[in-house]
Unconditional design. Structure first.
Length: 52
């Protein structure tokens, strides 16, 4: 999602995964279809909602 389209106040540009080596063994977890169920993405969104 482009940063300009974000409706979460204070949302910044995030690069996922935080640890790029994860892509070597589970890159499919970061495809567009699976992002809404990806735990790292969910944690980041919850952090924004809690304003952390």
């Amino acid at each position: 999602m482009p940063h300009s389209d974000s409706i979460l106040p204070g949302a910044t540009l995030d690069i996922l995964p935080h640890d790029p080596s994860v892509l070597a063994h589970s890159s499919d977890e970061y495809c567009h279809i699976k992002l809404p169920r990806n735990q790292e993405v969910i944690d980041r969104i919850i952090g924004y909602l809690k304003n952390n």
